[in-house]
Design a binder for this molecule. Structure first.
Ligand code: NCD
Length: 304
């Protein structure tokens, strides 16, 4: 049985095949509309979500399956003190596959150890978010038609932003990938990623506070929200929350074909005036998330 806990649980070849399957689904959704008839997806969300939970549910419904689940810890038995291990043992008897989001790093991994059904990590604390990474990579693949030789600027909260951590882990596997890591000093990417992934893999990267300096070099600008819920101190959040605000003026020096991505939700970090710029692809990115999750469900259930 396969789970998806880390972005590295899929090899580059498996990911490549998954992208091809998602592209085929995107081209002919109807062909896949009954493959999951009779199957159920459980969404176990101990943290807020709009896109991830609903795109998973939409994906399963598009495949002909059904969905059940909870969307907050207080509406589940977690509020009574039940462990994730016990919950997944029970859900294994109610559903065929589960997507789990939890504020504690490692909770989906624990769930997978006690599960009789495939478990998908839908975000664990400030750690990983592998299905957002699949969404991001599917977006790059569709819009740039390559994954190698890409200069990617990550901007904002690189310390707590799990989507950044997962995408870096996945992208270093492609040749010629280079990163600009743009953040305030307090929100730099964790040392373990620098040492174990970037330095260990001899990956070229530049850490900077300046979005303006990085801008002309980027093929992709990946903006992120400052992760308020992971701060210990509200005053620090308030001080750092508007460190970067992307607007049309700042985009003047960007390449004409640079992609502006964001996992969403955005707060202030992208001015609404940017939405109509043809380089802004974040809404499209969220939409692609349905198709790659359809492909993932089919693979993990062993149906394709
Ligand atoms: C992201 C997350 O939950 O980490 N959202 C998402 O799943 N699209 C990014 C965020 O919350 O800032």
């Amino acid at each position: 049985m396969r789970h998806l806990i880390s972005p590295l649980d899929l090899s580059v070849d498996e990911l490549d095949n998954l992208l091809k399957l998602a592209a085929d689904i995107l081209a002919d959704k109807e062909k896949y509309s009954h493959i999951c008839d009779g199957k159920k997806l459980a969404t176990l969300f101990y943290e807020p979500s709009t896109r991830t939970r609903l795109s998973f549910e939409s994906a399963m419904l598009n495949l002909g399956g059904q969905v059940l689940g909870f969307s907050s810890a207080d509406s589940s038995s977690a509020a009574k003190g039940e462990s994730v291990a016990d919950t997944i043992r029970i859900i294994s008897g109610y559903a065929d596959i589960a997507a789990i989001r939890h504020p504690k790093e490692g909770a989906p991994l624990v769930a997978s150890l006690y599960s009789d059904i495939p478990v998908i990590n839908a975000g664990d604390g400030g750690h990983n978010h592998p299905t957002q990474t699949l969404t991001d990579i599917f977006t790059i693949y569709n819009l740039k038609h390559r994954l190698d030789n890409m200069t990617i600027g990550f901007c904002g909260d690189l310390k707590f932003g799990r989507t950044v951590h997962s995408l870096i882990n996945a992208m270093v596997r492609y040749p010629g990938v280079k990163f600009y890591l743009i953040s305030p000093d307090e929100l730099k990417i964790p040392d373990y990623l620098k040492e174990e992934v970037l330095d260990a893999g001899n990956i070229e990267y530049i850490e900077t506070n300046s979005l303006e300096d990085a801008m002309p070099n980027l093929d992709i600008l990946y903006m992120t929200r400052v992760q308020r819920e992971r701060f210990f101190n509200e005053a620090d959040y308030i001080r750092l929350k508007d460190s970067y605000i992307l607007d049309l003026k700042k985009l003047e020096t960007a390449k004409d074909d640079m992609l502006i991505m964001h996992p969403l939700p955005r707060v202030n970090e992208i001015a609404p005036e940017v939405d109509n710029d043809c380089r802004a692809v974040y809404f499209k990115q969220a939409h692609y998330g349905v198709y790659i999750r359809m492909a993932l469900i089919l693979r993990l259930l062993g149906l394709m």
